[in-house]
Design a protein around this ligand. Structure first.
Ligand code: NAD
Length: 251
């Protein structure tokens, strides 16, 4: 039997985050569906509620210290102490370095790194008090280097170092921290990349699948499955790890 916990999933209005929220709910947890715009979270919340789960929509910018504090306080008041945190919110601002602006650099750092830091700092207060917690951070295969993504690849490599240090600091409190590094996952993020490149999403996916050993692109459910494992009771001895979920080996 799964112990019911309270989870916060950031960037959960759509894509990977939405699927992670649904999966953690079907695993038996109450879920705070957090994204920039509270109204945009409502359909995910409605879906969870219709399936018999418990969820609330929370609007917050993860890079805003005050908003993060208020959001975590609200979750604790309405659902109970949050002990599962999935730092999934993300943006891309791709460009070759000679064309990359300072604001493209700063925006990506703010959402991924500052956002994960602020959310984790707030949630670990509850986790350490409860003597149990799970933090799952979304990295990317881009952490290994990807043309046009100096900002994003630096942020996603940073997420891995951040994860390992969280594991070292929080382990004694029963809190694990792990990262998932997805390869190509079909979401609005990758659809937007196809559009920017001037090709259809279907053509983009077909071309990507040819390069992937399992010969298909990933779906949000592939990532939600990995999150479910890291968040589970039984994964308490797995910490500080980076799991590449990419249809083949990466390192
Ligand atoms: N799609 C992929 O192929 C892929 C691959 C590797 C890693 N990832 C990572 O997985 C995560 C989810 O990606 P996705 O494809 O579902 O992206 P997506 O663009 O479909 O969804 C991201 C969500 O994050 C939200 N968000 C953005 N900035 C925010 C902020 N400041 N505060 C709160 N929410 C914010 C957006 O509103 C959006 O709902 C991201 O961290 C992304 O970098 C995605």
């Amino acid at each position: 039997m799964t112990t019911q916990r309270v989870a916060i999933v950031t960037g959960a209005a759509r894509g990977i985050g939405a699927e992670v929220a649904r999966r953690l709910s079907s695993d038996g947890h109450a879920v705070a569906v957090l994204d920039l715009d509270e109204a945009a979270c409502q359909s995910v919340v409605d879906g969870i509620t219709a399936a018999g789960g418990r969820a609330i929509a929370v609007g917050a910018d993860v890079s805003d210290e005050g908003a993060v504090k208020a959001a975590v306080e609200r979750v604790a008041a309405e659902l109970g102490a949050p002990t599962i945190l999935v730092n999934n919110a993300g943006i891309i601002r791709d460009n070759l370095i000679f064309k990359m602006t300072v604001s493209d650099w700063d925006a990506v750092m703010a959402v991924h790194l500052r956002g994960a830091f602020l959310m984790s700092r707030e949630v670990q207060v509850h986790q350490t008090k409860e003597k149990w917690g799970r933090i799952v951070n979304l990295s990317s295969t881009s952490a290994l280097g990807n043309r046009g993504q100096v900002n994003y690849s630096a942020a996603k490599a940073g997420m891995q170092g951040f994860t390992k240090t969280l594991a070292l600091e929080l382990g004694r409190f029963g809190v694990t921290a792990n990262a998932i590094a997805p390869g190509f996952i079909a979401t609005e993020m990758t659809a937007a990349t196809a559009e920017r490149m001037g090709i259809t999403f279907d053509d983009f996916k077909t071309a990507a699948a040819r390069e992937i050993p399992v010969q298909r692109v990933g779906e949000p459910a592939d990532i939600a499955h990995a999150v479910s494992f890291y968040a589970s009771e039984g994964a308490g001895f797995v910490s500080g790890q980076v799991l590449y979920v990419a249809g083949g080996p990466k390192d």
